[in-house]
Design a protein around this ligand. Structure first.
Ligand SMILES: [Ca+2]
Ligand SMILES: [Ca+2]
Length: 184
């Protein structure tokens, strides 16, 4: 299993637990305003304990936005719905939010914090550091980051574009990894 994949796996498996948020939106919304603030998400143990929980929570909020309403909340959760393979593809329709591409984009933006469309070595290091803290030395972290980038970086600009990210995960069954039993 390549390193990139193991990093990725960690990230995409964890948000599956977000399903619990769905049922708990109202419970979380203690002041009954119809909106959640980032700190409301902290009541979810699984997220609070997740080393990159803050990033996952951050994905619920558009830039500059401090609250999330139920509609946006559900839209983010929809990324984790299994793709419906049997439904015929209609090229005139926008890509569904639970398609493989949308799922990969969601995972990609958890790394790409400055939103320049590339995962830099520093951004990858930040994620690795949060995930592996205490278990490895800084030197080991850096060598993991270097190898991960080397493996995926096809145009050799020392950063991972979305296309490179997608390519490096071509053989991975994202749907299986990043799906939840949703809305049942
Ligand atoms: Ca970036
Ligand atoms: Ca590159």
């Amino acid at each position: 299993m390549n390193l990139w994949f193991s990093c990725f796996l960690f990230i995409i498996v964890t948000p599956a637990h977000i399903v619990r948020l769905y049922d708990r939106f109202e419970a979380l919304d203690k002041e009954k305003t119809g909106h959640l603030r980032p700190q409301d998400f902290g009541a979810i143990n699984r997220l609070a304990m997740n080393p990159i929980g803050d990033r996952i929570i951050g994905a619920f909020f558009s830039p500059g936005q401090e609250t999330v309403d139920f509609h946006s909340f559900v839209r983010i959760l929809a990324h984790f719905r299994p793709a419906d393979e049997k439904r015929p593809k209609d090229p005139s329709m926008p890509e569904p939010v639970n398609s493989r591409t949308s799922k990969l984009k969601f995972a990609f933006q958890l790394y790409d914090q400055d939103k320049d469309g590339k995962i830099s070595r520093a951004e990858l290091l930040q994620v690795l550091r949060s995930m592996l803290e205490m278990q490895v030395t800084e030197e080991q972290l850096e060598s993991i980051a270097d190898r991960t980038i080397q493996e995926a970086d096809l145009d050799k600009d020392d950063a991972i574009s979305f296309e490179e990210f997608r390519k490096s995960l071509e053989k991975v069954n994202i749907d299986h990894k990043m799906s939840i039993r949703f809305l049942r």
